[in-house]
Ligand binder design. Sequence first.
Ligand code: HEM
Length: 187
Amino acid sequence: MYGMVHTAARSMVIETMGEEAWSRVLDQANLNGEHFISGQNYSDDVTFALVGAISRVSGIEASELLKSFGHYWIKYAANSSYGAMFRISGLDLVTFLTNLNRMHASIHSIMPASRMPSFEVLHAEDARIDVLYGSDRTGLFPFVEGLMSGLMEHFGETGHVTHAATAEGDVFSLHREACQISLSGAA
Ligand code: HEM
């Protein structure tokens, strides 16, 4: 994955555990002294070695870690140099989710070696949004769960996210408890 993902991981580790912990993570992942470059592509082995090392250093299970990282990624990406792309993708959750592929396609044109995921809104109503997720990678479901709950928070919503393997593929359901902008127009 592109270095931007690894610089986000670095930033999360330093914010939560300090600089020294990041040095230990690099040590554990056999990446001693590596300075990730946002616009450079790295093997997925590097990405997954980092996840394993952060898990060992923090004592947090890899799936929990990926979920937290998904949450963190939303804030990181929205405040990154791609923040403008993030903002024009939509002012509410459903519009934003509908535009995600377009947003990733624009990023892909800047990071041509990226393998972006795909998202399709299957169903959207006040109580629940169902999103079909596609990827050629495995093992990222907890990351997607964290991303979706991070997006809910970003758009001022509360609720929880579930995942189900269906005949159509992997579907993430966003169960909305308090939706500030009602789709039906009622207050
Ligand atoms: C400005 C905002 C964003 C930027 C710059 C961005 C950029 C990226 C980049 C560089 C990758 C790595 C792909 C690769 O190197 O092969 C990636 C992967 C990914 N992104 Fe985004 N992204 C953004 C927002 C989002 C949002 C809001 C979601 C929410 C669902 C999301 C979901 C994912 C997922 C799930 C992956 C993992 C790839 C996979 O599933 O195979 N991204 N993104």
